[in-house]
Ligand binder design. Structure first.
Ligand code: NAD
Length: 339
C-alpha cells in the first residue's frame, strides 16, 4: 500500500484524501490543518489521523474536541508521498521539509511550474512522471484544456488554440470572496496565464487564452477554438470524447445548457459532493468552420484535479505502468465513468 499524507485538508485536500482512501493500492496516513474548523471535525470523523502545522496550537484543537495525532513533521515521517494542498504560495515553502525527510511530494496548480520542474496531466504525460520525487499537478482550468487539446492533437494535430475562460468567483464555502455583482476581467491583459500553463505540459501547442471572473461558485466555462492540422468531422470528435475516460459529453437530450443544471445532474447521479471529475463538453456546441473546431466545456474546479492527483501518486510510486491503467483504476475506485 502506498502511504499518502495530505498537507492542507481544504477544498482540494479533503477530496484527494477521500479519493486516495477509496483506492485499493493506497492509504491515508495523515491529513493536516492549521486551526480548528469544520474540516478538522470531518478528518476525525473519517478516521484520518489529524496533524497540525504548529504544535503549540494543540490545546485549541483539543479544547474544540478535535483529536490531534502530532505535528506535520511527524506526519511526513509516516508517508511515502505527500500531497501538498496548502494555499498557492504556501506549498513552495514546504519544499525544504520534504527534501529534509527525503519524501516524495506533489503540489497543486497554485504553485509555479518551477516548484517541481515538472507539470502533470494524466492523459498527457503520465509516463514522464514515473519515479519522480517532485511533481506539480496543473490547475483545474489547465487540466481541462490539456485533456481536450491532447485528445485532438493525438488524432488530428493541433495547429493553434484560442480559448476564453469564464471563471467562477469563489468556491461555494468561501464567504469572503467575490465578485457579487460584476464581471471582472482577470486579467485585463491578453494572454492570461492559462496558455503558458498549458505549455508546461504540452510545450509544442500554440495557445492564447483570455479570462474573466463571474459571480458563481460552481464550475468554470471555457469557449474553445482549435485549428486542426487535418480534416475532421463532428462525428469523429464526438467518438473521441465518448471513448475518453476523462472527457464527458453533455447531450442534447438532457436539456442541460448551464452549470446550475449540471450541478443538479451530478447530485442526481449520486456523485459525492456533486463532483464532476471529467470535462463536461456540450455535444451540441461541437462544430467546425473549415478545420477550425469550436466547443464549450464546463470544468468543475473542485474536482477535475482530484483524480489527476491520484494518478500522479501512482506514477511517482511506480504503481501502474501507464496512464490508461492508472486512470481506469482511479475511476473504478471512485465508481464513475465519464458522463
Ligand atoms: P483551501 O484554502 O480550501 O485549503 C487549503 C488548506 O491548507 C486549508 O485547510 C488550510 O487550513 C491549510 N493550510 C494552510 N496553510 C497551511 C500550512 N502551512 N500547513 C498545513 N496546512 C495549511 O485551498 P484549496 O482551494 O484547496 O487550494 C489548494 C491548492 O489547490 C492551491 O494551490 C490552489 O491553487 C489549488 N487548486 C484549487 C482549486 C479550487 O478550485 N479550489 C482548483 C485547482 C487547484
Amino acid at each position: 500500500m502506498i502511504k499518502v499524507a495530505i498537507n492542507g485538508f481544504g477544498t482540494i485536500g479533503k477530496r484527494v484524501a477521500d479519493a486516495v482512501a477509496a483506492q485499493p493500492d493506497m492509504e491515508v496516513v495523515g491529513v493536516s490543518k492549521t486551526r480548528p474548523s469544520a474540516e478538522a471535525y470531518i478528518a476525525n470523523q473519517r478516521g484520518y489521523p489529524l496533524y497540525i502545522a504548529e504544535i503549540n496550537k494543540r490545546k485549541a484543537f483539543e479544547d474544540a474536541g478535535i483529536e490531534v495525532a502530532g505535528d506535520v513533521t511527524e506526519m511526513i515521517k509516516h508517508a511515502d508521498i505527500v500531497v501538498d494542498a496548502t494555499p498557492g504560495g504556501v506549498g513552495v515553502k514546504n519544499k525544504k521539509l520534504y527534501e529534509l525527510y527525503g519524501v516524495k511530494a506533489l503540489w497543486q496548480g497554485g504553485e509555479d511550474h518551477e516548484v517541481a520542474g515538472f507539470s502533470f496531466c494524466s492523459s498527457c504525460n503520465y509516463t514522464e512522471a514515473k519515479n519522480r520525487q517532485f511533481v506539480r499537478v496543473v490547475s483545474c482550468n489547465t487540466t481541462g484544456l490539456c485533456r481536450i487539446i491532447q485528445a485532438m492533437d493525438e488524432k488530428f494535430g493541433v495547429e493553434r488554440v484560442r480559448a476564453t475562460m469564464v471563471r467562477r468567483g469563489s468556491d461555494p464555502g468561501e464567504v469572503k470572496k467575490g465578485p457579487v455583482d460584476a464581471i471582472v476581467l482577470n486579467p485585463v491583459e491578453i494572454p492570461s496565464h492559462h496558455g503558458p500553463d498549458v505549455q508546461t505540459v504540452l510545450p509544442h501547442i500554440d495557445i492564447t487564452t483570455m479570462a474573466m471572473i463571474v459571480p458563481t461558485t460552481f464550475m468554470h466555462m471555457h469557449a474553445v477554438q482549435m485549428d486542426l492540422r487535418s480534416d475532421a468531422t463532428r462525428e469523429e470528435v464526438l467518438e473521441i470524447i465518448e471513448k475518453h475516460p476523462r472527457l464527458g459529453l453533455v447531450r442534447k437530450g438532457t436539456g442541460i445548457t448551464s452549470t446550475a443544471e449540471l450541478k443538479e445532474f451530478a447530485q442526481d447521479m449520486g456523485r459525492r459532493r456533486a463532483d464532476l471529475y471529467e470535462n463536461c463538453i456540450f455535444a451540441e456546441s461541437i462544430g467546425f468552420v473549415g478545420r477550425e473546431l469550436f466547443l464549450f466545456q464546463a470544468i468543475h474546479q473542485e474536482a477535475d484535479v482530484v483524480v489527476e492527483n491520484v494518478d500522479a501518486i501512482r506514477a511517482m510510486m511506480n504503481g501502474a505502468d501507464d496512464a490508461t491503467t492508472s486512470i481506469a483504476m482511479t475511476n473504478r475506485a471512485l465508481g464513475f465513468t465519464a458522463i
